[in-house]
Design a binder for this molecule. Structure first.
Ligand SMILES: [Zn+2]
Length: 50
């Protein structure tokens, strides 16, 4: 997966933020808070994670 900054169009870098990997723009420091994680959690079958 490869995303671009919605503000300046620069390629986003993976960077650790608060203990989690986030996609951050090296130019304007925009942080992409992906919804994928929450979607994945909701998509998991009940009982798998716990
Ligand atoms: Zn940017």
């Amino acid at each position: 997966m490869f995303n671009y900054c919605p503000q300046c169009g620069s390629p986003l870098r993976w960077q650790e933020c608060k203990g989690r990997q986030r996609q951050v723009c090296p130019r304007c420091h925009y942080v992409l808070w992906s919804n994928d994680e929450s979607k994945k959690k909701q998509g998991l079958s009940p009982g798998l994670g716990k």
